[in-house]
Design a protein around this ligand. Structure first.
Ligand code: NAG
Ligand code: NAG
Ligand code: NAG
Ligand code: NAG
Ligand code: NAG
Ligand code: NAG
Length: 454
């Protein structure tokens, strides 16, 4: 992971063959409590918004689409749950009559916590304007960040009543960051940026909530299907994943934690992480409670340790000692029910023959993995549908990977473990609602009815 601190980042900007003026000066953070609500054109006020989420087969990235610019065009984006903001490639094909660069010292710059002021010495275009503030768009898949102009433009998404998409609504001055085309390297083909859903004032959830005055809540339901979309809701439930199945009724709650040290690829000192952390207090596999180094399960003052949720890691990543404890227990428990181990298939270390494994409504019949969360009574259950990855017709692998001996975050719950689980992030109450697998509740994340009722 490339971890640039402020000086390194400035140096990086200077050496970048780019057009950002070298006198770019990033003042230390100032934070304005006052939110600037993007202005609205229409009087229709949605209670919630909805976006479809698909899974890219070759990269395992989760993709969504918004409409942006004037005239509106569809923009495909990688969903980055902990990402700081929306960033898009402005270097190619950005055409819009409503693009507005954020002028230095403007309210948009403070909302974006963008203290610097930059000029651009090539022809003016979106992403290259004088007297604008900058942030560092982050490709969290490749851990690369660059400097980018802060700007605003029209964003259009569909409203929802919780059951179907309704009419599209505009946020006329949606704040985002411009990036060079090179920042797209490593993202799924056709994608033009990343949709950051993290804990900042300009991430999508906060901007939508303040634009339409709804609760600072959003929910993600990733589909396990290659052909049917999952869904992201902004705003409160109902989240109907079949007529009369409001998946929000299945949620259990656990507190969200703030990591005081940014986990972004480039950041300034004192900046907290925009990612979502929870506290796993212990892990049980089958009926074995693992003996774990509890230091690893808390976030320390340097921002190491703890558990976060990520849509850019395809599989859950565990610090080495946690990985060893979990896999050892899983192998033992599996052997006890006559499940046969076979050779590893990368990136997994533990694979099994399907021959001895039955199937159930909640996936292959393997020992359950229980993440015991803060409060002890609150347990995230991972059944075979979320623990086992079919790598071929007769081999299933335990879908967890080893994160090495001193990773920044000890437990990163990845996309595969989130599929067909509803997770709701309540920013105002700082809590996570999670459903565990919806398969046991007769529905899936692919069951939102995307037929418009508008
Ligand atoms: C939304 O914004 C687009 C692009 O500027 C515009 O063409 C459209 O008329 C707007 N829709 C509404 C309802 O304001
Ligand atoms: C920015 O200002 C400089 C100096 O005044 C000028 O040379 C340059 O063309 C301007 N760039 C843009 C993108 O307007
Ligand atoms: C637990 O983890 C911490 C953080 O990596 C480490 O400093 C400590 O030595 C570990 N304790 C044991 C008993 O392994
Ligand atoms: C596992 O296999 C052994 C020997 O074939 C058998 O005795 C035992 O009942 C099996 N256990 C299960 C849980 O199937
Ligand atoms: C969502 O909104 C767009 C306009 O941005 C509209 O063209 C589309 O039909 C809507 N989709 C659904 C599923 O209602
Ligand atoms: C999906 O919604 C449309 C529009 O409300 C409705 O006509 C259709 O019956 C729904 N489909 C299912 C499977 O419920």
């Amino acid at each position: 992971m490339i971890l640039l601190c402020l000086q390194a980042f400035l140096h990086h900007l200077l050496t970048m063959a780019s057009s950002i003026r070298s006198s770019l000066l990033f003042s230390l953070f100032f934070f304005l409590a006052a939110a600037v609500a993007p202005s609205l054109q229409q009087s229709f006020r949605p209670k919630a918004l909805v976006l479809p989420v698909s899974k890219d087969a070759s990269t395992h990235q989760y993709l969504t689409q918004i409409s942006q610019r004037t005239p509106l065009v569809p923009v495909d984006l990688v969903v980055d749950l902990g990402g700081q903001f929306l960033w898009v490639d402005c270097e190619q094909n950005y055409v819009s009559s409503t693009y507005r660069p954020a002028r230095c010292g403007s309210a948009v710059c403070s909302l974006a916590r963008a203290g610097g002021c930059g000029d651009c010495f090539s022809a003016a275009r979106p992403g290259c304007n004088n007297n604008t503030c900058g942030v560092t768009p982050d490709n969290t898949v490749t851990h690369t960040a660059t400097g980018g102009e802060v700007a605003s433009d029209v964003v259009s998404v569909n409203s929802t009543d919780g059951s179907n998409p309704g009419r599209a609504v505009n946020v006329t001055r949606f704040v985002f960051a411009c990036a060079p085309s090179s920042l797209l390297d490593g993202l799924a083909s056709g994608v033009q940026g990343m949709a950051g859903l993290g804990r900042t004032r300009i991430a999508l959830p906060s901007q939508f909530a303040s634009a339409f005055s709804f609760d600072r809540k959003f929910a993600v339901c990733l589909s396990s299907s290659a052909t049917s979309n999952g869904v992201i809701f902004f705003g409160d439930s109902p989240y109907n994943l079949l007529p009369n199945i409001d998946a929000s009724q299945s949620l259990a709650y656990t507190p969200l934690y703030i990591n005081p040290v940014s986990t972004a690829s480039a950041y300034s000192q004192g900046e907290p992480s925009s990612e979502y952390f929870i506290k796993v207090t212990s892990i049980t596999v089958g009926d074995k409670t693992l003996s774990l180094n509890s230091t690893l399960l808390s976030i320390d003052s340097k921002g190491y340790g703890g558990t976060k949720i990520s849509t850019v890691e395809p599989y859950t990543v565990l610090e080495s000692s946690l990985f060893a404890a979990l896999t050892e227990a899983f192998v033992e428990e599996a052997a006890a029910i006559n499940i046969t181990r076979v050779s590893a298939v990368s990136p997994f270390k533990y694979c099994f023959s399907t021959a001895g494994i039955g199937s159930t409504r909640v996936g292959p019949a393997v020992p359950y993995i229980f993440l015991v969360l803060q409060g002890d009574q609150v347990v995230w259950t991972i059944t075979g549908s979320n623990s086992m990855v079919a790598v071929s017709e007769d081999v299933l692998c335990l879908g967890f990977v080893d994160g090495g001996s001193r990773p920044r975050t000890s437990v990163v719950i990845g996309g595969y473990q989130l599929e067909d689980n509803l997770v709701q992030f309540d920013l105002a109450r700082s809590r996570l609602g999670f459903s565990s697998t919806l398969l046991g509740r007769q529905t899936t994340c692919a069951n939102f009815n995307f037929t418009s009722s508008a």
